[in-house]
Design a protein around this ligand. Structure first.
Ligand code: MSP
Length: 482
């Protein structure tokens, strides 16, 4: 039986069109999904939209639409963006999907049966932009530490989830599973915060009605994070497709940004434990992108929208840039100049030229099969596998590109344009096959084109097989210099 791999990207707030930050998480998850498919696994990749709560209701109000009409109008923007960026998800879940809403209510009933929900009054601070509660300790000046806006002072009847009783359970979980939260720096932060103690979580609101109705009390609506996190189980059929759920759950990894790690590393495992559901295996929190060293956002007016991101040099170059320019757990700074530099120097000059030169020479002089002596990829492949296990996309790409450097040196030294040596050309064509397969999760469109030119299948098994000798024509230009 095939091994499974279940990966999730966050579900985004559709209060505006998607931008580079959303693309980053989604591309990373897509690359991993494609890599695990290459490894021969049965993969499920989930993403979607987080549509309930005050933030969306407020944004909708400004447009004069109902929240549902409003989110309906933005969903095509997300789907279209992912299509243009080559994202191959298996389901696009919306928290307004009926099957999801049922799961939210079902889980709440389970948690209630366990005696872990009680009625009380929430009195404290709230940021609608984060959809998160703050204490005076987190925000001594009563403004949101993330959005720098004044916090709302809430005082309302609310139902609570007994999160506080999970403190030891969580600390034990992090200790016994050192890989549960990555990177390490984030894991430490979470451990320290949890050690300070946990408050029970307010999980319902009465002051708005754009949410899942709370099954235990008609006046109440479910807190948006309790609703949103459950997408990870409803998306694979927790209630409606038991077989699929059993096949894919627990998730192998939740890919998220560092801003939402608290919800994923604390609320989520406690909720699952309370409902008697197995925990995910891993949470990986990546860093944040700034634009020319400024925080990216609507108010700053510097959010890089998807068409702009793709407009610089195409989808594959954008995918490549985002994963190469900063280690995955670190913050990165985006600049058009940097993207274009990498596009020109690394993609056009190194990769594009090599493919174009080799294919042109083969068209002219042909190929002759030979034993591969110089450009063996085995070691590179092994190193890449290790980097992928640690989510080190930048290192995977470095490794692949040092192999293409070797190919470029080889062609320079052997000068097949003078010697017309068909064996040298064969060795180069075979090397192109090998690194293209490894590069395909990052740049699917480009790699597809290369595979058509050199007549091979994008399949990890093809790496161990010698390239079939067939007719090869000069490749189209893969990367136009900008
Ligand atoms: N709806 C919640 C997630 C619920 S998951 C059960 C949410 N949505 S969001 O639209 O605000 O953000 C989603 C993701 O985009 C987060 O992982 C966040 O880190 C990422 N990014 C948003 N801006 C970003 C950058 N500037 N840089 C990198 N990623 C950023 O939170």
């Amino acid at each position: 039986m095939k091994k499974k791999f279940y990966i999730t990207a966050p579900i985004y707030y559709p209060n505006d069109v998607p931008h580079l930050g959303h693309a980053y998480t989604t591309i990373a998850a897509d690359v991993l999904a494609r890599w695990h498919k290459l490894l021969g696994k049965e993969v499920f990749f989930l993403t979607g939209t987080d549509e309930h709560g005050k933030k969306i209701a407020k944004a909708a109000e400004k447009t004069g639409k109902t929240p549902k009409q409003f989110t309906d109008s933005l969903i095509p923007e997300f789907k279209d963006a992912w299509k243009k960026l080559g994202i191959q998800y298996d389901r696009f879940i919306r928290t307004t999907d009926k099957d999801h809403e049922k799961v939210v209510q079902h889980v709440l009933e389970k948690v209630n049966k366990k005696g872990e929900i009680y009625k009380g009054e929430y009195s404290g601070l709230y940021c609608t932009d984060c959809e998160a509660y703050y204490t005076e300790k987190d925000a001594p000046d009563f403004s949101c530490p993330v959005h720098k806006k004044p916090l709302e002072n809430l005082k309302e009847e609310s139902y609570f989830f007994k999160l506080s009783k999970y403190q030891n359970f969580l600390l034990d979980l992090y200790k016994k599973n050192p890989d549960f939260i990555s990177p390490e720096s984030k894991r430490k932060e979470i451990i320290n915060r949890v050690k300070e103690g946990l408050k029970d979580l307010s999980i319902t609101r009465t002051s708005f009605d754009w949410g899942v109705p709370f099954p235990l009390d008609k006046k109440h609506y479910v807190y948006v994070w309790f609703d949103a996190l459950l997408n990870y189980i409803s998306g694979i059929g927790y209630l409606e497709n038991k077989k699929m759920f059993e096949k894919f759950w627990p998730a192998d990894v939740h890919i998220i940004g560092k801003d939402i790690i608290w919800f994923h590393a604390v609320y989520w495992p406690a909720m699952l434990k309370s409902a008697g559901i197995e925990l995910p295996k891993k949470i990986f929190a990546h860093g944040w992108w700034t634009v020319l060293n400024e925080k990216m956002g609507k108010s700053a007016g510097n959010a890089v929208k998807i068409d702009k991101l793709i407009g610089y040099a195409g989808a594959d170059s954008a995918r490549y840039f985002l994963l190469r320019a900063a280690p995955f757990g670190d913050d990165g700074d985006f600049s058009e100049k940097e993207l274009i530099n990498r596009h020109n120097n690394e993609l056009a000059n190194k990769l594009g030229n090599l493919v174009s030169r080799v294919s042109a020479l083969i068209e002219k002089y042909g190929l002759e099969k030979t034993e591969i002596k110089n450009l063996k990829i085995e070691k590179t492949k092994k190193t890449i596998e290790k980097h992928f296990e640690k989510f080190e996309f930048d290192k995977v790409l470095n490794e692949i590109f040092s192999f293409t450097d070797r190919c470029n040196e080889f062609i320079q030294n052997k000068k097949p344009w003078e010697t017309k040596d068909k064996k040298v050309l064969y060795e180069l064509a075979n090397a192109i096959k090998d690194f293209t397969i490894l590069l395909s999760p990052f740049m699917p469109e480009t790699c597809e084109k290369i595979s058509k030119t050199f007549n091979f299948k994008i399949d990890l098994k093809e790496i161990n097989k010698p390239l079939k000798v067939g007719k090869i024509k000069k490749s189209e230009i893969l990367f136009r210099k900008i």
